[in-house]
Write a protein that binds this ligand. Structure first.
Ligand code: ADP
Ligand code: MG
Length: 697
């Protein structure tokens, strides 16, 4: 139980501010304090109450200075017995205090911080938190300190677990803690559950019978009521309560987000119709017959799902997830064929020009024999009906597919007949971009269907967060007849052998990718593609190399890709621009230098460029591997080819931002939520909101 409220901390009688009231409502906050708080982004009472402590300090027991261990953080309490400043010839100076707690003395030292001298006086009672960096004398450098003042707020700061906040910009921990304490006493009652209408009990009392339902029931039980959570966030009775408090507040964030996502979907379904796009097979039959291979079982299943959506009342909103090489493009093409048969146009958006060109080439090969024109729309090339060289609506259906980059979102592109929007490698775009393109096809209450595709396997929590408003189809089967991919992890001293091996593969007629993290040389030791390109051409001559990176002009990139596809260029030396989508089945080698610079999901994508033909392929990851961790991280690549396993590993190692490209992902910044630790909470939140909105998906 928190200690009773000190007398002076009671609010002024009659004041009944709410959480959105300015922070000056808190007793003791004048304009100067308010300005300091504003620098921490604390404007309202609510901001103050939700200001998350960085750590906690258990001040019920202090450690005797004599028992401090080197390198282990601890808090001690003692009296200052001496202060002084050492000046060195170099101009540096160190201010030092000596603290005595009756068991031993502790030296605390701060370098080059002149103002510290003014903070301490001999005789002060102080708390010190830090790590010993030497034992003789016992010494801490730059510890955190707090003075103990004999005033009536003593019980806020002592004899309990106290919060320590992030950097406080001129406010001491003590002051901020005092303000939070007072705000809690006065306003905790205003901290209502934001959604009391949500029936948490429903999940608890009527869990579904499967394993997932049981798990959800389990997770819903220990959530604290929100006012209690906010109190325990700052002044937990036990350290474990602080995390339970965080979980409750995280849960509220997830609920908020699910409301936004699912309400968006609901409004959408209420107000819009989809074009009837099930088609009549007149194009589909010749299309499939010309392919030269049969669809996989998974491709057929997904196509049935799409066909059902195309015949339904509301527009399709579907995410197609499938590991690299699972044949997503073909599924997209089949969906396009159905749409075209039904008399509507199709727009396809890809994240890079290289990919847009490649998609355009495939679609032309497949569609032009059927009398369907395929236009390209990228930053450097735009075609429409008047540009006959690029846009050839063959002896005319008049129907067309437009393939492009994000240039499609810009003003110039429009379509009155859009029935389907396809977005390839969706993780490279944001939700806003995707919706902008869809909106271009809106006519009255008719909206185009949406198919988004991604090969970045998204851990489920992230998926629910980023794509919670989409139905999901999974391509979980690779086309038959693919060669094996073997992955090798090597250090740079093995490179001569690696080049010999690559040469032997080239001599068998195969092709190779060689990938570097940088375009140009930089200060660090990370290799750059422009530098290495020359060396590789010499090393592997007479086999011809080509250079590809994002800074080359569009036509040059395309010429290089073309030559590689034709087999004129045998070795493609590139940055990670080739990470997504590129499809050259004869390429069987993927050498990645400075592999430590890439995320696992990214390495998996790069590896997905090989193993697309019948020959065995080799992925060679070269890195220094100075630490065990670095080696283990790359070894994961050698042991699994399951993109989901790698994505989960990446999420844990590098966090969600890395995985999705935070700037574009639309991933919210959670204050309390943690997509790695709170997986179950995300599921519960989604379920609760879904039941509430009675969205039976
Ligand atoms: P991704 O899912 O990575 O986008 P792609 O669509 O690029 O994969 O397909 C990879 C390769 O597999 C392409 O060359 C494609 O033509 C081929 N492919 C797709 N479906 C099949 C199939 N059912 N049988 C054989 N090959 C297929
Ligand atoms: Mg693809």
């Amino acid at each position: 139980m928190p200690a009773p409220i000190p007398e002076s901390a009671h609010p002024e009688p009659g004041s009944a501010p709410t959480l959105v009231s300015p922070v000056t409502c808190v007793w003791g906050v004048g304009s100067e304090r308010a300005a300091q708080l504003a620098r921490l982004d604390i404007q309202t009472v609510g901001d103050l109450l939700l200001h998350r402590p960085r750590r906690y300090e258990d001040r019920r027991n202090f450690q005797p200075i004599r028992e401090l261990l080197e390198g282990t953080p601890a808090t001690v309490r003692g009296k200052i017995v001496a202060t002084g400043t050492n000046r060195f010839k170099s101009g540096k100076f160190a201010f030092e205090i000596i603290v005595d707690d009756g068991t031993a003395r502790l030296h605390c030292r701060w370098w080059n911080l002149a103002f510290m001298e003014r903070l301490f006086t001999v005789g002060d009672d102080v708390l010190v938190f830090g790590k010993l960096h030497s034992l003789r004398p016992r010494m801490m450098d730059h510890p955190e300190t707090e003075k103990v003042l004999a005033d009536d707020e003593e019980q806020v700061h002592l004899n309990r677990i106290v919060p320590i906040y992030p950097a406080t910009e001129g406010l001491s921990q003590r002051v901020l803690r005092g303000l939070t304490w007072r705000a809690l006493q006065a306003h905790a009652a205003a901290v209502l559950d934001p959604h009391p209408e949500l029936d948490l009990a429903a999940i608890r009392l009527h869990p579904t019978d499967d394993a997932r339902g049981k798990q959800l029931a389990l997770e819903a039980r220990p959530l604290l009521p929100r006012p209690e959570a906010i109190r325990a966030l700052h002044f937990p009775a036990e350290l474990t309560h602080a995390d339970r408090a965080r979980q409750r507040l995280a849960f509220d964030e997830f609920i908020e987000l699910q409301f936004v996502i699912q309400q968006r979907r609901l409004n959408f379904e209420r107000s819009l119709r989809g074009a009837a796009c099930t088609g009549d097979n007149r194009l589909m039959k010749p299309f499939l017959a010309a392919l030269g291979f049969k669809l996989t079982g998974a491709q057929n299943r997904v196509l049935r799902e799409i066909r059902t959506d195309f015949g339904g009342k509301v527009p399709m909103r579907r995410l197609l997830q499938g590991d690299v090489g699972s044949g997503k493009t073909l599924v997209a093409a089949c969906a396009a064929v159905m749409t075209l048969e039904s008399g509507f146009d199709v727009a396809v958006m890809a994240p890079t020009e290289i990919l847009a060109e490649q998609l355009c080439r495939n679609f032309r090969r497949w569609f032009e024999p059927l009398g369907i024109g395929v236009a390209i729309w990228t930053g450097s090339r735009k075609s429409d009906e008047t540009d006959s060289a690029l846009f050839r609506p063959a002896a005319g259906t008049g129907l067309k597919v437009t393939v492009g980059t994000h240039a499609l979102i810009e003003a110039g592109f429009r379509s009155d007949q859009l029935g389907l929007v396809i977005i390839d490698e969706q993780h490279k775009f944001g939700v806003a971009q995707r919706e902008k393109l869809v909106r271009k096809g809106r006519r009255a209450d008719l909206a185009p269907h949406l198919l988004v595709m991604t090969a970045t396997p998204i851990p489920r929590t992230l998926g629910l967060t980023l794509y919670g408003d989409l139905d999901v189809s999974l391509l979980d089967e690779l086309p038959a007849g693919r060669g094996r991919i073997r992955t090798h992890v090597r250090t740079p001293d093995a490179l001569p052998k690696v080049w010999t091996f690559i040469r032997s593969e080239l001599e068998k007629g195969r092709q190779a990718y060689v990938v570097y993290p940088r375009v140009e040389e930089s200060e660090d030791d990370v290799k750059a593609v422009t530098v290495e390109f020359q060396k590789i051409c010499r090393e592997l001559a007479p086999h011809r190399g080509g250079l590809l990176h994002g800074r080359r002009p569009g036509e040059e990139k395309e010429a290089v890709m073309d030559a590689f596809r034709q087999g004129d260029i045998r070795i493609l030396v590139a940055t990670s621009v080739i990470e997504v989508g590129v499809d050259v089945p004869n390429a069987t080698i993927m050498l990645i230098e400075n592999a430590e610079q890439f995320g696992l999901a990214q390495l998996h994508q790069l590896r997905g460029r090989i193993g697309r033909g019948a020959h065995d392929s080799h992925c060679i990851l070269v890195a220094e591997q100075k630490t065990d961790e670095a080696r283990e991280r790359l070894e994961v690549m050698a042991t699994t080819h399951d993109g989901f396993v790698l994505a989960e590993a990446d999420l844990k190692l590098r966090g969600p931002g890395e995985l999705t490209g935070r700037s574009q992902s639309g991933l919210p910044d959670f204050r309390f939520g943690d997509l790695v630790r709170d997986r179950q909470l995300v599921e519960v939140a989604r379920e609760v909101v879904r039941r509430h909105l009675k969205l039976a998906l």
